[in-house]
Design a protein around this ligand. Structure first.
Ligand SMILES: *Cc1c(COP(=O)(O)O)cnc(C)c1O
Length: 233
């Protein structure tokens, strides 16, 4: 698991991140805009995750189905859980009941599987579409040019509600990519597509969340800056 982390270290990180989020909002955003701080839990012990919930974290981000299943029973129940990792179609059934939001939908095939399992679980599943804004072969996500077509297909699925977009931009030059994501998000919002809500723009991680907030992020996903370095990726 993780390199040893003290609760005091998490406290201090939490306060700094909240301060920097507020600072970026004050500089770049409207006063009543909300930006959610998600704690990304990969490799982090449930004790440390629960400590972060005690600090005020209300949303957890899970990457790996197996790791989530081994830790979920130890989590305090008051935080929402979101799935943010690459999701294989054959794993949807293990997480569908627990997830408030799935950030990483990038194909009709995955959406159809989520729709099918959501129907069985008698829920309407909120999702985001992951956009591969840098066009990187190594990354998941739909190409920007395919986004509208994917939204049209998913909007017909009765047990799915699209709530917005998510991205993981290339490691360098991310300001340009955040600006492009904001433009796409606003463009899709303005189209008022049937059954498509554009409320959530999930972008920004430990190294770039202030920049992401500048370009309209409504949810930042923070691991390292809150819990410290991971010893596997
Ligand atoms: C790991 C991860 C994060 C958090 O990354 P940090 O740089 O540690 O903050 C955010 N989003 C996704 C999808 C991740 O896999």
């Amino acid at each position: 698991m993780q390199l040893e982390t003290s609760f005091a270290y998490i406290d201090e990180n939490y306060r700094r991140i909240v301060y920097e989020i507020e600072e970026a909002k004050a500089k770049y955003r409207k006063p009543d805009d909300e930006v959610t701080l998600m704690a990304v839990t990969k490799t982090v012990s449930p004790e440390n995750v629960n400590h972060a919930i005690g600090c005020g974290i209300s949303v957890l981000g899970e990457n790996r189905v197996q790791e989530y299943l081994s830790k979920k029973e130890f989590y305090l129940p008051q935080a929402q859980v979101h799935f943010i990792g690459h999701l294989q179609t054959n794993k949807v059934k293990y997480i569908i009941e627990d997830m408030k939001l799935i950030h990483s939908v990038d194909s009709v095939k995955l959406a159809a599987e989520i729709d099918r399992h959501a129907a069985r679980a008698k829920k309407k599943q909120d999702i985001l579409i992951e956009v591969n804004i840098g066009g990187e072969a190594s990354k998941s996500g739909v190409q920007p040019s395919e986004l509208e077509h994917l939204l049209e297909e998913i909007s017909k699925m009765p047990h799915i509600q699209v709530k917005g977009l998510m991205t993981i931009p290339p490691a360098t030059g991310n300001e340009k990519f955040f600006a492009q994501m904001q433009a796409i998000f606003l463009d899709i919002s303005a189209k008022n597509m049937d059954n498509i809500d554009m409320e959530i723009l999930s972008m920004g991680m430990s190294g770039d969340y202030a920049t992401a907030i500048r370009y309209g992020s409504t949810l930042v996903r923070i691991g390292t800056a809150l819990f410290g370095a991971r010893n596997y990726q």
